[in-house]
Design a protein around this ligand. Structure first.
Ligand SMILES: Nc1ncnc2c1ncn2[C@@H]1O[C@H](COP(=O)(O)OP(=O)(O)O)[C@@H](O)[C@H]1O
Ligand SMILES: [Mg+2]
Length: 344
């Protein structure tokens, strides 16, 4: 596996605010984070993208100082979260899971309460500004139990901002939201960054990483397999396009892989390669070869398309397999419960 070099010139400033090296976290015999390095620069929206179980939450929690790594070093604004946890916590904001919010309070009351708890500014002006930042001004007198899922997520983010953190951590902030609510939340994340904070978020949505994040770390099996701007990640493939087709019958895999200009092949784990996905540096020559091969083998190609490479192709390229989110909701809910208990 190769790792792309990050290009700090593409972010607002190239001053590192988070640096992690050689991070390892084991749960019993299971290695959840396996020698992870990452650098986050001041003022960027940094995304950790990976399927469920990749180790995203574990990584965030180590950086936040909520979990001790088994090996490796972390610096957050020059501080070590393991030994200087209090100082780190004053600098960061962590999004709490919205289900733990106090249902019977209004948004304004809840924000005021949290600001008071943190010893932060809880004046009506500051409370109003925080609520405006997450786009809930019209709802400020609504009770939390009257809000939609997306609105609750935005309240959770407002609460993460009460202490004017320099770094805001959001763990899958848009999971379970509909596309409209997701876009509204992206706007909130942008406004947090525009106010001067650095944002670190995790996601398993390719599109979210692509549209929202300045730089993306692609994570799989506890490691970062590539890290750069979304555009640079796609460029690093040298792929002109991705060809997709459904095959009516088997084609020899070796011959598919050897087609002119083909650089990566994915058959969705299917011997017959019924669902073909082929990356190419030159779509035209690969297509000519593919059509000749299919004709010779009397195989029909249905739904033939060529499209520009995307982050999905980046994942395929660096991990050797297609991107699948996969994980039962129950397992995720269970872990969320654990995390909630850990934070509160
Ligand atoms: N407290 C825990 N105890 C045991 N295993 C865990 C625990 N937390 C996470 N894991 C396991 O570690 C791996 C990484 O989990 P996690 O960091 O939550 O990944 P992600 O956030 O990318 O879904 C998964 O296989 C998960 O089941
Ligand atoms: Mg997670």
């Amino acid at each position: 596996m190769t790792t792309t070099a990050s290009d700090p010139s593409t972010v607002p400033t190239a001053e590192p605010i988070i640096e992690a090296q050689g991070l390892v976290k084991r749960y019993g015999g299971h290695v959840a984070v396996n020698g992870l390095d990452l650098t986050v620069y001041t003022g960027e929206i940094f995304g950790i993208l990976g399927p469920n179980g990749a180790g995203k939450t574990t990584t965030l929690e180590m950086i936040e100082g909520l979990r001790a790594p088994d090996a490796g070093t972390i610096r957050v604004a020059g501080l070590d979260p393991a030994t200087q946890g209090d100082a780190v916590r004053r600098l960061i904001g962590v999004q709490l899971q919205s289900t733990s919010l106090f249902d019977l309070l209004t948004i304004a009351e809840l924000v005021e309460l949290f600001a008071g708890l943190y010893g932060a500014d809880d004046s009506p002006e500051r409370v109003a500004a925080l609520i405006a930042m997450v786009g809930l001004t019209e709802k400020r007198r609504a009770r939390v139990d009257q809000l939609s899922g997306g609105q609750r997520q935005r309240v959770a983010i407002a609460l993460a901002l009460v202490n004017q953190p320099r770094i805001v951590f959001l763990d899958e902030p848009t999971t379970g939201l509909d596309p409209v609510a997701r876009r509204a939340l992206w706007a909130t994340v942008h406004s947090i960054r525009d106010e001067g904070a650095t944002v670190v978020l995790t996601t398993h949505y390719m599109e979210e990483a692509d549209v929202l994040c300045d730089r993306v770390a692609v994570m799989d099996h506890g490691q970062i397999v590539a890290c750069d701007t979304p555009a640079a990640l796609v460029r690093s493939l040298r792929a002109d396009a991705t060809i997709r087709a459904r095959l009516s019958g088997p084609l020899p895999m070796a011959e598919l892989a050897a087609l002119p200009s083909a650089i990566a092949l994915d058959c969705g784990g299917d011997e017959r390669c019924a669902d073909l996905r082929l990356q190419t540096t030159d779509a035209q020559t690969t297509l000519i070869g593919l059509l000749a091969l299919a004709t010779r083998e009397s195989v029909a190609l249905a739904g033939l398309t060529t499209a520009q490479a995307t982050l999905e192709d980046v994942f395929l390229h660096y991990t050797g397999r297609a991107y699948e989110v996969g994980e039962p909701a129950a397992e995720r809910n269970e872990r969320r419960g654990r995390r909630r208990r850990g934070i509160n």
